[in-house]
Design a protein around this ligand. Structure first.
Ligand code: PMP
Length: 281
């Protein structure tokens, strides 16, 4: 088990790690985060995740005091201290500690950086299983493009999916279009063999895995379009898969109890998954 965490300048055992009750991340979800996968000395899409972290900080006006180089040193130290070969790092930056008050106007709080390393079983070469999903109305706020820790609708959607024996809850907007998963981006391969994923239109998170897969698809001469699609188009497609830092490319074989294609894992999903691993190994 990985048990050394990092809190505001200190490396400490996770059981001794303490956050102030007045941390604005705790009170208001006034914090941003990232998750990066680590495999034997290599991070997957490190620069993409770190760039997005600094971008999220900028979008909510958190004045972060550490440079990217300083952050990298701490992250590497944490993996060494924890002796983890395969796992992930959770990075969170909150606006800091202050008396509870909605507004941060004039507040000079110091941002609080926390990091947790999780050890995982390396499942990259395991036989991949397809997963089930359900659809759910997208009732999130109008800035899901910012990666904040305010995740209650996502938490409820994922829990609801798990209660229904499904792996992911797929959000559908009020016009019937797919936005994204509760913790992933969603892709389809339609009956014209086009690979589609919703464009970056402010209604989804700009997934780092999504970006990498889109580049691979284009480079490998797949017909790939960044274009939104409806729930019905998704249910009628040949293949559906999701992407995220911790699930890579995962095929979805059933949605709302309806089989996708022939109900088996599709070959394009597998091809893209393999391309992803090949790139980082
Ligand atoms: N959308 C949401 C809502 C997410 O939480 C995630 C996972 N962080 C993603 C998409 C996928 O993003 P990434 O590929 O950067 O992990």
């Amino acid at each position: 088990m990985a048990n050394i965490s990092y809190i505001d300048g200190l490396y400490c055992n996770i059981v001794d790690a303490k956050i102030s009750i007045n941390d604005r991340g705790y009170h208001f979800g006034d914090a941003v985060y990232e998750v990066i996968l680590y495999n034997n000395g290599k991070f997957y899409d490190y620069d993409g995740h770190i760039t997005r972290l600094y971008n999220s900080l900028k979008l909510i006006n958190i004045n972060f005091h550490l440079s990217k180089q300083q952050l990298k040193i701490i992250i590497k130290n944490l993996f060494k201290l924890n002796r983890v070969n395969f796992g992930s790092i959770y990075i969170q930056v909150s606006r800091g500690v202050a008396d509870r008050n909605h507004s941060y106007f004039g507040l000079n709080s110091k941002p609080i950086l926390t990091m947790i390393v999780s050890k995982k079983k390396n499942n990259i070469s395991d036989h991949i299983k397809g997963v089930k999903a359900i659809t759910i109305f997208d009732n999130r706020w109008s800035r899901p493009d910012i990666k904040t820790t305010q995740l209650l609708p996502n938490v409820l959607a994922k829990t609801h999916a798990n209660e229904k024996n499904a792996y992911e809850g797929i959000f559908i907007d009020y016009e019937g279009y797919v936005t994204e998963g509760s913790s992933s981006n969603i892709w389809i391969i339609n009956n014209d063999n086009e690979i589609l994923t919703r464009e970056i239109d402010g209604k989804i998170l700009s997934g780092i895995t999504r970006k990498t897969i889109a580049q691979f698809a284009k480079k490998n001469k797949f017909k790939m379009l960044e274009k939104k699609f409806t729930k019905d188009e998704m249910l009628d497609s040949k293949e559906v898969f999701l992407t995220s830092a911790s699930s890579f490319v995962t095929p979805i074989i059933e949605i709302d109890n309806i089989k996708i294609g022939n109900g088996m894992i599709g070959k394009t999903s597998i091809e893209l998954r393999n391309l992803y691993f090949k790139n980082f190994n």
